[in-house]
Design a binder for this molecule. Structure first.
Ligand code: NMX
Ligand code: MLT
Length: 435
């Protein structure tokens, strides 16, 4: 791993010098104006963050260091016999900014395998929670319990030079990514499989070891996990989980604290919890209609009822995207190859044929198209992972790759504590009156 860390340091020094020059020569350049509405409405459209790992285009979707999802599926190294990219390769790409070789991916895989040990007190913390606790609550508590292992927190307490922060954040980030599948699988097996835990297999790649610890031995499920872990990993810096991790990290809270904070945001229904909400919504619809395949008219009526009840249609809409999410399309392609006749998948596709027209007709949602969450549940159910409350934990394990690679960059670039200015509505009223 040390050669990858050395390479990161070289890249970080180069970019730090470029950023210093940019600020020195163009520090007063105005990027855009901010409207009063933007300040009240979730800062939508305000460019206020720098995130190196990925960039979102409203129409085209996400690019990771310049590579789209179809390009990643083609270019990133695969497991022997596999067709989907290994998430370790995406982590390398986000960290270093270059496509990895097979050997780079192998190095990361084996480092993650070696660092995956989770101390017993973390399992004790999970075990202390009632079984009814939501898996995302268990997950964030377990990450907080893991914070005892932070090398950054320890080094900071001992007194380190700020030039070295990045090095400890780098180590913590790798250790945390290595440990998360074990923690997540422990939560799953405790809550849903009677506490019959499965030990990690150090021979496997990161995603298939996770699948193995969840209890899956199917090669197709390993492939799904690899794809799932790649497509959920990062979505530039402004989404709630990435932004929160970055914000909390800016106070020099260590990667465990920062990531746990990000995960509490991912657990919200307008963000990552939509992963579970979509399948719940489809299953509720099916139950209400008496089971089996609904007709297009029945789906349309159910969508209209959802909206009339003042609820959102989960899996549709986006704060930035204005077209079908390429992460939805990648999952649709996976389904077409592996499970084209699955009933739930076919319902997902019928919903896709129905919802955009209705949302467009009503004209309120700025984006009527599906996001990543609209498809994932149906794929997981097909392979037997039916416990939908767990889905956001899968999202969280994947999201660690992006937000922790970004946290390494934040500290390597020496980014400042985040502290935007806020005002009161009284201030706003006086401001618009010109006082
Ligand atoms: N169903 C019903 N109404 C919607 C939907 C939807 N899927 N999407 C947007 N709207 C409404 C939205 O609630 C808002 O209504 P109001 O003015 O009464 O507050 C109006 O349309 C305008 O919202 P937008 O500006 O289009 O969306 P915004 O940027 O505020 O929010 C989401 C983006 C993603 C939060 C929103 O589209 C949504 O709630 N979608 C459903 C939940 C979901 O799928 N979230 C997952 C996002 C991806 N992820 O994993 O994080
Ligand atoms: C994400 O993956 O974080 C979601 O699509 C939400 C977002 O980008 O705002």
């Amino acid at each position: 791993m040390s050669y990858i860390k050395d390479k990161f340091k070289v890249k970080a020094d180069e970019l730090s010098a470029e950023v210093k020059e940019l600020i020195k020569n163009h520090g007063n350049t105005k990027i855009e104006d901010v409207t009063l509405a933007q300040v009240y409405q979730g800062m939508r459209g305000i460019t206020g963050l720098v995130t190196e790992t990925s960039l979102l285009d409203a129409n085209e979707g996400i690019r990771f260091r310049g590579y789209s999802i179809p390009e990643l599926r083609e270019k990133l190294p695969k497991a022997p016999g596999g067709k989907e990219p290994l998430p370790e390769g995406l982590f390398y790409l986000m960290l270093i900014g270059e496509l990895p070789t097979e050997a780079d991916v192998q190095t990361i895989s084996s480092v993650l395998g070696r660092r995956s040990h989770v101390p017993n007190h973390v399992f004790d913390a999970i075990d202390a929670l009632p079984l009814t606790t939501h898996p995302m609550t268990m997950f964030t508590i377990a990450i907080m319990a893991l914070q005892t292992e932070s090398l950054f927190a320890k080094a900071y307490a001992e007194g380190i030079n700020k030039k070295d922060y990045w090095s400890y954040v780098f180590e913590d980030s790798l250790n945390l990514i290595a440990r998360l599948p074990r923690v997540a699988a422990y939560i799953y097996r405790r809550k849903y499989k009677g506490g019959q835990h499965i030990q990690p297999n150090g021979e496997l790649d990161w995603a298939s070891n996770f699948a193995h610890m969840l209890g899956y031995t199917d090669d197709a499920f390993n492939e799904l996990m690899r794809l799932y872990m790649v497509i959920h990993a990062d979505h530039e810096g402004g989404n709630v989980s990435a932004h929160t991790t970055h914000l909390v990290g800016s106070a020099l809270s260590d990667p465990y604290l920062s990531f746990a904070a990000g995960m509490t945001g991912l657990a919200g229904p307008l963000h990552g919890l939509a992963n579970q909400e979509v399948i719940k919504w489809i299953l509720d619809m099916r139950e209400e209609l008496g089971g089996g395949m609904p007709t297009k008219d029945q789906i349309e009526a159910y969508v209209r009822k959802t909206l009339a009840d003042g609820k959102v249609v989960p899996g549709y809409g986006h704060a930035v995207l204005r077209k079908t999410d390429p992460r939805f399309t990648a999952q649709m392609e996976f389904a077409k190859t592996h499970l084209p006749n699955d009933e739930l998948v076919r319902i997902v596709w019928m919903v896709y044929d129905t919802v955009p027209g209705i949302l467009t007709e009503l004209g309120k949602a700025k984006n009527p198209w599906p996001n990543v969450d609209a498809h994932s549940g149906a794929l997981l159910v097909h392979y037997g992972l039916v416990e939908y409350e767990f889905y956001t934990v899968l999202f969280g394990v994947s999201r660690a790759l992006g937000v922790l690679a970004s946290l390494c960059w934040d500290r390597a670039l020496g980014l400042s504590i985040e502290r935007p200015k806020s005002v009161t509505t009284e201030w706003m009223k006086l401001f618009v009156e010109g006082k």
